[in-house]
Design a binder for this molecule. Structure first.
Ligand code: HSE
Length: 430
């Protein structure tokens, strides 16, 4: 075979960095057979001292603290950025691209919030900017969108994009736990970070959704404009009622293109129990895409972890080793077009409501009347309890978000609510 060699500099040696190095080492022969290229990690840069590294270094790699040792090294062909964060990582990626190095990164926050310049620069220099590991860890969704489904007009995309949230919601569903108890358990077992804000407030899923939207439609949904709601207010009570109605509550990232308008957001959403997304449990991720030619495609797998995410990094590194042409955005243009956004208040879906109301004659009539005045038709209802304040639970037929908001405001103004109302969207079933 050939004597080709790909020299890699690795910045960041935590869980993912060491997983990538391990997968590379364990599968070395296979990688050579597949690429005809010897992939060598020349330099590892991390902020820890070498003695404190949790994982052994790749054989023959030099360990350093200065990331310029990668960006300035003319022998390094490809930089793998697995440090995370914004400032230092951004400078590093820019410098590597300017110096003619291909870049592979798992940095979804940077690419989603501030990534367009990197795609422009990589495009101008004909360099590979790989980010398979940024979206759903080991699930090959970037390559699938960029290549496997490239011939499709994508209609909808719905995904469980955050394993921490899915783990917590699954535990709440299986054990009837509160959010707080399920989060504590998840932290104790290593499924949630000590500071879980990015995950539980939906921001991590939102970063991934922005990247998926670019891949699906070649357009930009500005991160700051994306409607995002996390799971910290989801209660065991609502999970219970959703279950009685035949649904599970999942944190979904969703996007759909209707009549040229893009609607997207991250929300706790009721998913029908028979849907494949409802069956995705624990820390797993899944993405369900509908294309006009292929129909439905469902991908499921591990969204985090050393070897699964390492596998995604490796796929990008191997694309460079094969000498594949860069296809970073999946479109000829390396800058996405501005999306025509559907105003979030005009989004249409079925809705779940839980309203805490005084248990007095006529209250059901009053509430149903207000929903009807706002064009909402009730599909299912549950009323339980014999206390002074009782939950009224409804599932509606399709309704606009604006109608839902207006109905809730009227219910509040007419003093019919005794607690903060709960309303969640319901995913259209297959
Ligand atoms: N923290 C993420 C999750 C994995 O819980 O899915 C990295 O994005």
């Amino acid at each position: 075979m050939s004597n080709r060699k790909l020299v890699v500099g690795l910045a960041g040696y935590g869980v993912v960095g060491s997983g990538f190095a391990r997968a590379l080492e364990e599968n070395r022969d296979l990688l050579y057979r597949r690429t005809g290229c010897d992939i060598v990690i020349k330099t590892v840069v991390a902020k820890e001292s070498e003695a404190n590294l949790a994982h052994p270094l790749p054989q023959g790699a030099e360990f350093l603290h200065d990331i310029d040792a990668i960006s300035n090294d003319p022998e390094i062909d490809l930089a793998v950025e697995l440090m995370g964060g914004m400032g230092v990582a951004a400078k590093f990626i820019r410098k590597c691209l300017e110096n003619g190095k291909h870049v592979v990164t798992a940095n979804k926050a940077l690419l989603a919030e501030d990534g367009l310049d990197f795609f422009r620069l990589a495009g101008e220099k004909n360099l590979y900017l790989g980010y398979e590991a940024s979206v759903c860890g080991g699930i090959p969704i970037v390559q699938t969108m960029r290549e496997g489904l490239a011939g499709n007009r994508i209609m909808t995309l719905s995904g469980i994009l955050n394993g921490t949230c899915n783990y917590i919601l699954s535990a709440m569903t299986a054990k009837g736990q509160s959010f707080t108890d399920a989060l504590k358990d998840a932290q104790r077992l290593g499924f949630a970070e000590a500071d879980p804000t990015l995950d539980i407030e939906g921001l991590d899923a939102a970063h991934k959704l922005v990247l998926l939207i670019r891949l699906a439609w070649g357009v930009e949904y500005p991160f700051k404009d994306l409607p995002v709601q996390g799971i910290s207010k989801v209660s065991a009570e609502d999970i219970g009622f959703a279950g009685e109605l035949g649904y599970r509550i999942k944190l979904l990232g969703q996007a759909r293109m209707t009549d040229g308008k893009l609607e997207a957001g991250v929300f706790p959403t009721l998913v029908h129990g028979e849907s494949m997304l409802a069956k995705v449990d624990g820390s797993f991720n899944a993405v369900w895409v509908k294309g006009n030619a292929v129909g439905s495609v469902f991908l499921h797998g591990r969204g985090a972890g050393d070897l699964p995410t390492g596998s995604a990094v490796l796929a990008d590194v191997m694309a460079v080793a094969r000498g594949s042409l860069p296809n970073n955005t999946g479109f000829v243009a390396q800058q996405p077009l501005a999306a025509t956004l559907l105003c979030p208040s005009q989004a249409i879906s079925k809705h779940y409501f839980r309203l805490m109301v005084p248990d007095r004659p006529g209250v059901l009539r009053d509430v149903a009347g207000i929903l009807a005045e706002n064009g909402m038709s009730i599909a299912q209802a549950i009323q339980k309890g014999e206390e002074e304040i009782v939950p009224l639970v409804f599932m509606t037929h399709d309704a606009k978000t604006a109608s839902v908001e207006n109905a809730l405001k009227t219910l509040h103004d007419k003093d019919l609510l005794r607690a903060e109302p709960v309303s969640y969207r319901v995913l259209a079933h297959q």
